[in-house]
Write a protein that binds this ligand. Sequence first.
Ligand SMILES: CC(C)(COP(=O)(O)OP(=O)(O)OC[C@H]1O[C@@H](n2cnc3c(N)ncnc32)[C@H](O)[C@@H]1OP(=O)(O)O)[C@@H](O)C(=O)NCCC(=O)NCCS
Length: 177
Amino acid sequence: MKPPLRIETARLVLRKPVAEDATAIFEAYAQDELVARYLTWPPHENVEVTERVVAGCIAAWEGGARFPYVIELRETGAVVGMIEMRHDEFRVDVGYVLAREHWGRGLMTEALREIVAWALSQEKIYRVSATCDTENAGSARVLEKAGMQREGILRRRAVHPNMSPEPRDCYCYSAVK
Ligand SMILES: CC(C)(COP(=O)(O)OP(=O)(O)OC[C@H]1O[C@@H](n2cnc3c(N)ncnc32)[C@H](O)[C@@H]1OP(=O)(O)O)[C@@H](O)C(=O)NCCC(=O)NCCS
């Protein structure tokens, strides 16, 4: 799979990260407890943590299995989130995060629709999936609005350490062709 380095939507630019994104990502959302609530990582304690994460995101593009995109607002160039594809055989799994200041404007639905459409347009990709904590109603709604169907509950599927040290139930969603 060869994802484009840059994808544009009506309001967004999705692009491969660069090291200089770390400060903006830290300030926009990575240190925010509410943003991290249902995620697999704790809020970043300092920008050095974000720098390491961003370096891992850049390196991931070379590995060929994980493709994280920075999400930028087209109008201002502000870095507001990330969305990533994880490729395995004929499947792509998707994860995403958006700065709290920009929630509720349909931005992640817009980004996710584009990613799902791109993935399913690839000849050898048949399935796009995503999981979310069963309490993460906003994320479940985004997945539905992007045209994905809820397949069921994966019990005790993931640890979301900001909720509990124990693994939690997650919804599984997919779009297929
Ligand atoms: C989940 C998240 C990506 C949503 O991004 P967004 O750009 O605000 O999403 P959209 O505006 O496209 O759509 C959100 C939808 O969820 C709904 N929603 C939001 N919070 C909700 C809640 N607590 N209960 C029910 N619905 C909720 C909104 O009303 C909207 O639906 P609508 O258009 O039918 O009104 C964003 O909140 C986020 O980054 N959260 C933190 C990180 C995270 O949880 N990532 C996903 C991990 S699986």
